[in-house]
Design a protein around this ligand. Sequence first.
Ligand code: HPA
Length: 273
Amino acid sequence: MVDLNFKYKTLIDFLKSESPFIPELSIILGSGLGDFADQLQIIKSISTSDIPGYPVSTVVGHKGKIHFAEYENKKVILFQGRVHFYEGYNINECIIPVFISHKLGAKNLLLTNAAGGINKNFVPGDLMLTTSFNGILIKKELTDLIGLTNLAGKDNSINLPQPDLNSIIKKSALDEKINIKEGVYWYTKGPTYETPAEIRFFAKYGADAVGMSTVHEAVYSSYLGMKTAAISCITNFAAGISTQKLSHSEVTETADRVKDTFARLVKRIIKSL
Ligand code: HPA
């Protein structure tokens, strides 16, 4: 197990000295969803390239910025972009936004991502609240990160989104008249999209949406005791669900198309916390 307090000491000391406040909520913005930061009153922005030891994202649509922002008197830290396991980073680098959020004092975490829709009732542009995750492909890495017993969890709930945070999100969607879907987010390592056979396999075991992030962040934040929830933007039909060819540009285009709905929802969530 890597001692993250030791590994990231300089980075955390730097951010603690730069942070203008203790955030109540941390939001990690997924592919194509980074523009949400413009919706809040930005107090301070830091490029991740200026943070000592911060891993650099190589993916289009991931800006690499941390914002300290306010909305309705709530203090929020926003991560515009993440690094992925498929980029070659270790899990202990992929969870760095969660580690930072916790160190800076955030008690709530909202994870967002772009995902392919597997559930036949989903269409591109839908938003999905995560009810559960799979993590089988990164169990070993997660175990290395937090230990076997912790991963299993005493009440078996370590990697589940928190029901009370999910209730706030559902109520916020209702208030905003947004028809939010619910389902299981299925992690896959990537970096290539899945084959139709893989999607049929995932569907058979309960997957509603598929993506390449989030699960390790959720497991780690729950381990740290943060209230955690995740929202997916369904950006495309998963492989084989439609005949259309998958592309990263479709992912970012759909995320861009729903950004106003996404923003209304997330702003309402912040207000409701
Ligand atoms: N598969 C995996 N990850 C994704 C997808 C997908 O179809 N869409 C957006 N992220």
